[in-house]
Design a protein around this ligand. Structure first.
Ligand SMILES: C[S@@+](CC[C@H](N)C(=O)[O-])C[C@H]1O[C@@H](n2cnc3c(N)ncnc32)[C@H](O)[C@@H]1O
Length: 103
């Protein structure tokens, strides 16, 4: 079994926002089928959840199935095509529309 040890690090950064009156803006880069976005939305229903991927086809194809299973009850995540290694990061500014990323 692969033990990557992400959970304690996730907990460290996420805990301060749980129960906060100010919902965090969340950006996930590399979303594949969007299951991570569903988890973020479930954990923080009032948050703005932004998903980026170099290829959105898998996430787009899976959105309906995720919704049938109860994901994204409050609001849909925002999806943008983006290559995280692109030298021009200005699209990130445009995606965020003045927001800053908390998580
Ligand atoms: C392992 S999957 C991510 C799994 C996802 N985080 C989850 O929780 O289900 C990796 C994703 O990164 C995306 N990806 C690969 N290279 C990328 C790049 N340069 N920029 C943005 N996304 C990229 C792939 O298209 C793929 O969807």
């Amino acid at each position: 079994m692969l033990v990557h040890g992400y959970a304690p690090k996730y907990a460290q950064y996420i805990k301060p926002y749980l129960g906060s009156h100010c919902p965090p803006t969340i950006m996930e880069i590399g979303i594949l089928r969007g299951t991570g976005l569903a988890v973020w939305s479930d954990l923080f229903p009032s948050s703005r959840v932004v998903g980026l991927d170099i290829d959105l086809s898998h996430a787009r194809a899976n959105m309906r199935a995720l919704k049938v299973m109860g994901a994204f009850r409050e609001s849909d995540p925002e999806l943008y095509e983006f290559d995280q290694f692109a030298p021009d990061s200005s699209p990130l500014t445009a995606f965020l529309k003045g927001d800053r990323v908390d998580i």
